[in-house]
Design a protein around this ligand. Structure first.
Ligand SMILES: Nc1nc2c(c(=O)[nH]1)N[C@H]1C(S)=C(S)[C@@H](COP(=O)(O)O)O[C@H]1N2
Ligand SMILES: [Mo]
Length: 401
């Protein structure tokens, strides 16, 4: 797994090559109970983002603050998290978007397409939760190596592009015997390292093709470099890593990619072990929710009437129900699902007005998907700190006076 492959310092050196730091001043981030320290400037490729909404773990890992998530379903692009395993390509790749080329293999008539050609083959839009496999890692007591995300390596965004199935149909269908859809990122690989150990290449089961897109737009604007422009593979319901940025090759294959990020990275490895291809791969997301307000940084709140709100999503299935507890999970009350339902791959906002007396309260949320799967109380322990859906881990402790 890349996150364990390089020390953080080594990754920053690699990422630093992507562009010079911006010298511009950045608004202060002082919040309740925290000293005003000058925040580090955002790197050039994300200089357009809102620094006050983000926690910069490194130049390649930016997390949305829990307090920054709003209540109106879509995560603004300026607030969306960032995770790059390799330095983002040179921004010059966006100069001529229409001539970006992708090779399509493992179909009856393999060929290259330009983005200009792809735009003529079909058009679809999907609202989808993009979530890093390691979101919630910081709640693992063993503090696995990798970015210590809490809840903010996720967002709900709208993608627009051509359905992968339309591209495949235009090429006569998939070749016989294929079982996986494999996407390859277009980053320039660092010299002197075996490409397989660093390339971002992931395989998902062929059935994921049904709702997959080759997307050129996010939240209504042409895809930024930071989020994978000019072209990105979108695999709804699958964790972030499967959504290949700057995609340059889409291959229908008999076997999973032998790139290290697939064979050894993102595996559900028993605690203390190391990743290998025999272990389950981190792929589909499952039912999860968390409360965004009140949040752990809310400070002291006034007792009385409060509005609890947060987000819930089901990965491959929609959300049917969200319950909220104000007593650490002893008792539960149904919350209301708020706002438009943007489909099974989007998240739902939930809200519940509650009355709290003075004291300490542990607030938790627990979601159920349309198949009846209930968000579990506990996380599945694993070495990489992946797939944390535990409602207990995501509970928030608040003080009221
Ligand atoms: N080409 C490429 N695609 C990539 C990555 C990458 O480093 N290179 N990172 C993956 C990971 S681990 C995640 S969580 C998401 C992050 O998407 P974002 O930075 O647009 O939020 O992109 C995925 N796709
Ligand atoms: Mo990720």
């Amino acid at each position: 797994m890349q996150e364990q492959k390089f020390s953080r310092a080594r990754r920053d050196v690699l990422i630093g090559g992507a562009g010079a730091l911006v010298a511009a001043s950045v608004p202060g981030l002082a919040r309740a109970g925290e000293a005003a320290v000058a925040p580090k400037p955002l790197p050039a490729y994300v200089a357009w983002k809102d620094p006050a909404s983000l926690i910069m773990h490194s130049t390649s890992t930016l997390e949305t603050r829990r307090a920054a998530f709003g209540t109106s379903v879509i995560t603004p692009s300026e607030q969306l998290y960032i995770r790059n395993n390799l330095p983002a390509p040179d921004a010059a790749i966006l100069n001529d978007r229409d001539n970006w080329e992708i090779g399509v293999e493992g179909v009856r008539n393999p060929r290259n397409f330009t983005l200009r050609e792809l735009r003529t083959l079909g058009l679809e839009t999907v609202a989808m939760v993009l979530q890093c496999s390691g979101n919630g890692r910081n709640f693992f007591p063993g503090k696995p190596s990798g970015t210590p995300w809490t809840v903010g390596a996720a967002g709900c965004v709208v993608w627009s592009g051509v359905p992968v199935r339309a591209v495949v149909e235009a090429l006569g269908g998939t070749a016989g015997g294929v079982r996986f859809m494999t996407g390859t990122g277009g980053e320039k690989l660092p010299a002197g390292i075996d490409p397989k150990t660093v390339i971002v290449e992931r395989s998902v089961p062929l059935e994921a093709m049904a709702d997959a897109l080759l997307a050129w737009e996010m939240n209504g604007t042409p895809l930024t470099l930071a989020h994978g422009g000019p072209l990105r593979l979108i695999v709804p319901g699958y964790t972030g890593v499967n959504n290949i940025k700057y995609i340059k090759r889409l291959a229908f294959t008999n076997a999973e990619s032998d790139a290290r990020i697939m064979s050894h990275g993102y595996r559900l490895t028993p605690p203390g072990g190391s990743g290998d291809p025999s272990q389950p791969s981190v792929q589909e997301m499952t039912i999860k929710s968390w409360i965004n307000s009140p949040h752990p940084e809310s400070g002291e709140l006034r007792s009385g009437q409060l509005q609890v709100h947060g987000v819930a999503f089901g990965g491959l299935h929609g959300v049917k129900r969200v319950e909220v507890s104000v007593d650490g999970g002893k008792s539960w009350v149904d919350a209301r699902l708020v706002g438009p339902d943007l489909g099974k791959y989007a998240w739902r906002q939930f809200a519940l007005p509650v009355k709290l007396g003075p004291g300490t309260h542990v607030l938790a949320s627990r979601a159920t998907d349309t198949r009846g799967n209930v968000q579990p109380e506990t996380r599945l322990e694993n070495q990489g700190g992946y797939n944390n859906t535990s409602w207990a881990d995501h509970a928030v402790k608040v003080q009221t006076v």
